[in-house]
Every structure is written in C-alpha cells, then in structure tokens.
Design a protein around this ligand. Sequence first.
Ligand SMILES: *[C@@H]1O[C@H](CO)[C@@H](O)[C@H](O)[C@H]1NC(C)=O
Ligand SMILES: *[C@@H]1O[C@H](CO)[C@@H](O)[C@H](O)[C@H]1NC(C)=O
Ligand SMILES: *[C@@H]1O[C@H](CO)[C@@H](O)[C@H](O)[C@H]1NC(C)=O
Length: 407
Amino acid sequence: RSKKVAACAKHYVGDGGTYMGINANNTIIDTHGLMSIHMPAYYNSIIRGVSTVMVSYSSWNGEKMHANHFLITDFLKNKLKFRGFVITDYEGIDQITSPPGVNYSYSVEAGIGAGIDMVMVPFAYTEFIDDLTYQVKNNIIPMSRIDDAVYRILRVKFTMGLFENPFADPSLAGELGSHEHREVAREAVRKSLVLLKNGKSASTPLLPLPKKAGKILVAGSHADNLGNQCGGWTITWQGEPGNNNTAGTTILSAIKSTVDPGTKVVYDEDPDSSAVDAGEYDYAVVVVGEPPYAETAGDNLNLTIPEPGPAVIQTVCESVKCVVVLISGRPLVVEPYIGAMDAFVAAWLPGSEGQGVADVLFGDYGFTGKLPRTWFRSVDQLPMNVGDEHYDPLFPFGFGLTTEARK
Ligand SMILES: *[C@@H]1O[C@H](CO)[C@@H](O)[C@H](O)[C@H]1NC(C)=O
Ligand SMILES: *[C@@H]1O[C@H](CO)[C@@H](O)[C@H](O)[C@H]1NC(C)=O
Ligand SMILES: *[C@@H]1O[C@H](CO)[C@@H](O)[C@H](O)[C@H]1NC(C)=O
C-alpha cells in the first residue's frame, strides 16, 4: 500500500500579481520583481520534491505563461533543475491565442515547444493527438522534446509506485471525514487564525473570552453557515452558502458547545440596535465576511465586506464589547470599522471545523497565526509589498498577536 502523494505547485508563475487582481490576467513586473515576489514559493516546493508544476493562465508582461519557453524550460527545468513534469491548466494551451483555440495547431506547437510535458485536454483530445503527432512527424516539434516529457512523466509514476500498484486503494475511502481527520482539520483552523486586535488598549484584552457569562450575542451572516465558512471549491466549483452541502460544525454551534452550560447564547444574524441595546449582553461575537467564490467570480475591485456585514459590526460593536471574526479568502477593507471593534480575528476560510475557531476564542488554545499577506488600508494602495516605498499597511506582513491558553 502506497502512502505517497504527488503534489502540484501552481499556478506558475505570477498569478497572484495580475493587473487589478483580475483572474488569469497580465502580471506586469520586471524580472527582479517576478523573482523576488512570485518565485520563492517555487524554490521551496522544488527543494521539497514537488512532483508537478501547473502553468498559469496568466501572462507575464503580455506573454502567455503557457508559451513561455524562458520561464518553463530555461528557468524551471534547466536552472532550478525541477525533475517532475510540467502540466497545463484546463484547456490552458487553447488560451495561448485570443480568442482561445482559434489556431489550435499553433497552441500545440507553442505550448509543447515552451516545455509543457502533460496537456489537460478535457474534450478535443483526438484533435490534440492528431496535431501533436503531425508536428512530431514533420519535425516541427523535435522528438527530444517528447522524450523529455515522457521521461519526466514516467519518473513521477515510478516514484509513486504506480507500476507496482496502478490503482488507488479504495479500502481507505471510509476514513474520509472520520473523527481523526476532523481533529487534524480543527488543529489547522486553530493554527491558521490570526489575531489582529485584542482590546481597545493593550492593557484591556478581550480575548480569551470567558466561558462563564450571563448572556452573549452571536451575530452575522457567517456565524451559522458552513457554506460561507468553506468558501469556493467546496463540493461545487463556486461553493454555496448554507448548511445543506457539507457536514461540519458552524462557529455558532462550536460556541454553544464551548461556553459554560449556564451561559445563554442568543443568535441574531442581523440584529437591530434596539434589540442589541435591550439584550444586556456581556459580550458579542460578530462573524461576517465574503460569500463563496472561485476564480473569475471572485474578482473584486473594492474588496469591501458585503452588506450587511459592516452594518452588523457597527450596530453590535457600538453597544456591546465585541470580537469580530472575518471569514474571507483575502484581506478586506476593515480600517473604517477597526476602531469600533474590541477584538478582530482574521479566520480566512476555516472550512468545516468551526470548533477550531471557538478553541482559540475561548482560550482552550492560544492564538499563534501570523499574516501570510500584507493587510492594506485602502484598495488604492494596491499593489503593495514589503519593501515598497509606499508600504503603509493597516497590519504588516507577518503580523499577529498571541494569547496564552488558559490553564
Ligand atoms: C496559425 O499559426 C501559425 C504559426 O504562427 C501560422 O503559420 C498559421 O498561419 C496560423 N493559422 C491560422 C489559420 O491563423
Ligand atoms: C436546504 O435544505 C432545506 C431543507 O431541505 C431547504 O428548505 C432549503 O431550501 C435548502 N437551502 C438551500 C440553499 O439549498
Ligand atoms: C464590490 O465588487 C463586487 C464584485 O465586483 C460587487 O459585487 C459589489 O457590488 C461591489 N461592492 C461595492 C460596495 O461596490
């Protein structure tokens, strides 16, 4: 039984730096910028033995990555000595031309010529095989290029043990989603949350929250919503809000099972200010954020928290001590509301195990996470990276407050 996993690093390279953050668009940056901002993750994954690298739909200074001989062959294969294979994205070579696929034989020539070894062709595979075979027979694509691709693909398959055991082992399928697996996911949630504010002043921290209280309020569109907690690429491509598709623990139910049995938990998704005033709450947990999205559907030029998120933050935090938990795939505009919050946690997309959020909010574990991205103040600062002259973030790259676990 093989326990090996062939990992894929993607999308090579610069897909996080496209113009205006538009999915699969053009990354405009000089070679030094590309190498220092976008390439380091590839050095790390190649050193650790990643088996495959997937090419990005995006372009670098106007040239499609799927046709970039310099970055795929000269740099990735020859300079970095990557020994696995290079794979396209879904119909990636089609997009070498505009409109996609308008000159498919050219796409095949340019993509294979750039150094791509495996081509993801979901539908028109007979056309692909015919074009490629024709071009090899007519010396348009040299046989040495095919040998290189075959050598690399076979090497990964041999290393994986696929020639001894060609099929996946279905006996482990029943383990998926087991308690043991969920505990690992929950631990990952605890460790990935980043505490960005704790108390209106450092001497009055709000977290960890007391488990024993009279009455507490939980509010916001993401407090009791597994689909929102999971985001895109969960069960469906774009993901879906709601609790119908995924088994797991919402943050609300995690809070309920963490607090003292005597603590009354009131859930009001979008409370009005009179209800909040009348509630006599000891504190509130506000969980807001983005709806699920993937790829182009997530393109966003304003990066604001969708309504009614900001209104819920303001309504609740103006009359009750509040911690705001933000569920999002990226930093969002929070500067206008940060002053109103007593505490602020970036929870990213924690997934199915909301208990990991309660674990750190209530001090069963400490906060340890650090920002893997710079947190901007306003979108007009973007792009903004460490070392830039205009670097003036709300929270800098690598920032994160810590708390101690309560014994
Ligand atoms: C496809 O591209 C090739 C190579 O650039 C070119 O020679 C050929 O004329 C193009 N075919 C069409 C139909 O545009
Ligand atoms: C979820 O399931 C419930 C009960 O079957 C149904 O009423 C509701 O419309 C479903 N919601 C979504 C978003 O599919
Ligand atoms: C922000 O952009 C998103 C995505 O384009 C859009 O759906 C939303 O309405 C915008 N919000 C505001 C406040 O402009």
